[in-house]
Design a binder for this molecule. Sequence first.
Ligand SMILES: [Zn+2]
Length: 100
Amino acid sequence: MEHTHRQKIRQLLMEGPHSLRDLSTTLRLSEKEILRALPHVEKSLRSLNQRIHHIPAECPSCGYEFTDRRRFTKPGKCPLCHHTAMKPPSFHIASARSGS
Ligand SMILES: [Zn+2]
């Protein structure tokens, strides 16, 4: 049931930041399914004046933050130090007015 998935994703993101993998593990859905549902979740938030805020992916080696990246998936490697085990981005739902 796609619709229920969206509601659950929305609920989790309202509780606090989750990465794609967190959502996938908690809801027992594939990351692909989550990625497919997220645009619909985002769309349903507009009328509530809320949106999905991104907490950027980060390089654990040099601290580089992927601030310009708006994707939900994890970057492959750091452009600065070429480290490959990036900390994944996470996201949460908040009012469209609050920063970030
Ligand atoms: Zn780095």
